[in-house]
Write a protein that binds this ligand. Structure first.
Ligand code: ZN
Length: 102
């Protein structure tokens, strides 16, 4: 598990700084805009989807819990996924990223 670096100044993000990427895309040190590389987009998306949907689905299916409990579990899983994704970030200059629209 490693945290991302700024593509411009090579500043290594602290965990809290990486988490801020969800609402602020600028490097905390040099202010350059960060873009997720397309590779990192996939790396971020796949674990998030797995964390979100797989356990949720099985919990719902096997335990037959009430829908409202499922919502709470879903929110919990979503938060866990959010907290883990900074470790999968890889920042790049916008011009390098082909698929990414971030
Ligand atoms: Zn920077």
């Amino acid at each position: 598990m490693k945290l991302p670096n700024c593509w411009s100044c090579n500043h290594t993000y602290k965990y809290s700084e990486a988490l801020k990427f969800f609402w602020s895309k600028e490097c905390p040190k040099c202010g350059k805009r960060q873009t997720l590389s397309s590779k990192s987009n996939l790396r971020t998306m796949i674990p998030t989807l797995l964390i979100l949907f797989l356990p949720g689905y099985f919990i719902r299916y096997y335990l037959e819990i009430a829908f409202i409990s499922y919502v709470y579990i879903g929110i919990g899983l979503f938060l866990i996924a959010m907290l883990l994704t900074p470790f999968f970030f890889e920042f790049t200059n916008k011009s390098e990223s082909g698929l990414s629209n971030y």
